[in-house]
Design a protein around this ligand. Structure first.
Ligand code: ADP
Length: 217
């Protein structure tokens, strides 16, 4: 769906008319502009969809009084993790640091999530975690990632329904690049987390670009 933020001249004219004379019917706006109702229909649809105008049946169009910035903020606040998450890349806790480095390169990601034999989240591995482990003279093939990862419960997690903006704040506050998207599962009366996605700074950047293009996918 295309939601235009930048308005064209005709849309600006319509807004002005509705601001001054609303509630006003589409027919009357068309008369004011010496255009047909059909010509005007797409512009009215865009202005209504974007939130500048509100349409009430049998009454006409109202001006909502919201600025472009207010509407953009409202739209931004509604975006959820689900809309922008990527596929997670996981390694088992028994995998070696060497294997994790290879996986990071092959999968082209900056953060790996570590899971146990039940596929539950137990840790996170960043690029620097792996670099740090590689600086010494250790045998990278014999060190399990579980020794060097950041482990539960110290992991920032999110769920698909969480708001993207909240998670963007988490990325900044915690100074991390990625957050595992999880689903809660109960096992042995304990809460565990299944990894269902990955939210990174790249996803947030994509949302930002989509919004400025006036498009939300
Ligand atoms: P890098 O280390 O490549 O700069 P990050 O900034 O993401 O990448 O990671 C910094 C540290 O925070 C690492 O030790 C990493 O294990 C840890 N970390 C990464 N993501 C999370 C997360 N979601 N929750 C908790 N700790 C994390």
């Amino acid at each position: 769906m295309v939601r235009t933020i930048e308005l064209n001249d005709r849309q600006e004219q319509i807004l002005k008319i509705v601001k001054e004379r609303g509630p006003i019917t589409g027919e009357r706006i068309a008369d004011e502009l010496s255009l047909t109702r059909a010509t005007l229909r797409p512009d009215l649809a865009i202005l209504t969809m974007a939130g500048f105008l509100e349409a009430r049946p049998r009454v006409g169009y109202f001006y909502t009084g919201k600025t472009g910035l207010q509407l953009l903020t409202e739209r931004m606040k509604k975006l959820t993790v689900h809309d922008y998450q990527s596929i997670p890349v996981v390694v088992n806790e028994s995998a070696s640091v060497y294997d994790a480095i290879v996986t990071m390169f092959l999968e082209d990601v900056g953060t790996l999530f570590v899971v146990d034999h039940n596929s539950h989240l137990v840790g996170v591995l960043s690029r620097k975690d792996l670099l740090r482990a590689s600086i010494g003279k250790q045998e990278l093939e014999s060190i399990p990632v579980s020794i060097i990862m950041t482990r539960m419960p110290n992991i920032t997690i999110c769920e698909q329904e969480d708001f993207l903006l909240e998670m963007a704040k988490e990325l900044i506050d915690k100074q991390i690049d990625g957050i595992p998207v999880v689903k809660k599962v109960e096992e042995d009366e304990q809460i565990r987390y299944e990894v269902v996605g990955r939210l990174t700074k790249t996803n947030i950047t994509r949302a930002f670009v989509d919004l400025t293009n006036g498009e939300i996918t």
